[in-house]
Write a protein that binds this ligand. Structure first.
Ligand SMILES: Nc1nc2c(ncn2[C@@H]2O[C@H](COP(=O)(O)OP(=O)(O)OP(=O)(O)O)[C@@H](O)[C@H]2O)c(=O)[nH]1
Ligand SMILES: [Mg+2]
Length: 304
């Protein structure tokens, strides 16, 4: 054993699974110590798988952030649900995030059933998130449901928002990691290009600031992402909507809304990159894009 210093190295894929809005992407960003996933207060913010790669001398954990399952029926929804299935089947450990601030609902049961239906039962860690807002009256029933359905799984309480319990959770994950190689180089923290991360962050800001159906009608794409000699990052991005009427709303009266979106997105991008950012946004109509296979592919969603 002594001859091979790599022999004790541990590595594995850890999927973040949970219903929409439970805090998966918030947890990913917390674990990575920097924002790489878009977050918003509205459900269905994440639309595709996103990796967060945490590397040390002893281990490499590849966290896989997933979208929350959806009931919608369009091609986008099919792509979203197949991302979840893929993550369920293809990981060493499942972090099943459960909302501790609310009672269980139909979505909790659907996800439980999806896990129980897997041919090979993975190691599951049940992570009660939003413990900072724990609902005392419904929590014992919630824990009972999960203990009953997944008796072998360990349970933990965390707050992805304030970070409490997250270090403890990480230690637990490390202890469960199988022996394995380092899959990615030390410096790689994700598989996405910076421009794709930027596009997701801009979309999350749109989701946060717009209302009704519009957050779900938005797609974003970064057309150009360039750092100039002056150290400033120049980002040109397009916000796509489904209909003409939505375009007017995203732009707003006298351009008020798009300016606010631009300011907020620029601030988040500056925080994420540590650089000064110059952000240019345009709004375009892409009719019925959620069913447009070619367009879904173009923006990095397979369309399943
Ligand atoms: N109070 C509290 N809020 C949280 C916590 N974790 C996440 N949130 C909030 O929950 C909302 C949703 O967070 P996200 O991280 O986008 O949730 P998600 O599970 O990735 O959602 P989808 O991508 O839509 O599936 C945001 O407003 C977060 O700030 C937590 O521990 N406590
Ligand atoms: Mg998310």
């Amino acid at each position: 054993m002594e001859e091979n210093p790599q022999s004790n190295y541990r590595s594995g894929f850890v999927a973040l699974i949970g219903k929409p809005n439970v805090g998966k992407s918030t947890l990913l960003n917390r674990l990575m110590g920097q924002p790489i996933a878009g977050i918003s207060a509205k459900p269905q913010t994440t639309r595709r798988r996103q990796l967060g790669i945490l590397t040390s001398q002893e281990y490499q954990i590849i966290f896989v952030d997933t979208p929350g399952l959806t009931d919608a029926k369009d091609k986008l929804a099919r792509s979203i649900n197949s991302e979840v299935q893929f993550a369920l089947q293809d990981s060493d450990i499942l972090l099943l995030l459960v909302d501790a601030s609310n009672p269980a609902d139909k979505m909790d049961e659907e996800l439980l059933n999806a896990i129980l239906a897997l041919k090979e039962q993975p190691q599951v860690l049940i992570v009660f998130n939003k413990a900072d807002r724990l609902n005392r009256s419904s929590f014992s029933k919630l824990t009972e449901l999960y203990r009953e359905q997944l008796p072998a799984a360990a349970t933990l309480q965390i707050s992805a928002l304030d970070g409490s319990g997250v270090g403890n959770m990480l230690n637990k994950i490390i202890s469960l990691l199988p022996l394995g190689p380092q899959y990615y180089p030390d410096e790689q923290i994700t598989e996405d290009y910076e421009r794709d991360i930027a596009a997701e962050m801009i979309r999350a800001v749109c989701m946060e600031m717009l209302t009704e159906e519009i957050p779900y009608s938005i797609a974003t794409q970064v057309q150009s992402y360039k750092e100039r000699d002056n150290g400033v990052l120049y980002i040109d991005a397009t916000i796509f909507v489904e209909r003409d009427s939505q375009k007017a709303i995203v732009i707003g009266r006298k351009g008020q809304m798009i300016r606010e979106i631009g300011t907020k997105a620029r601030e988040e991008l500056e925080r994420a990159t540590g650089q000064k950012v110059f952000l240019e946004l345009v709004v375009k109509v892409q009719k019925d894009w959620k069913n447009d296979q070619a367009f879904l592919k173009q923006i990095g969603l397979s369309g399943g």
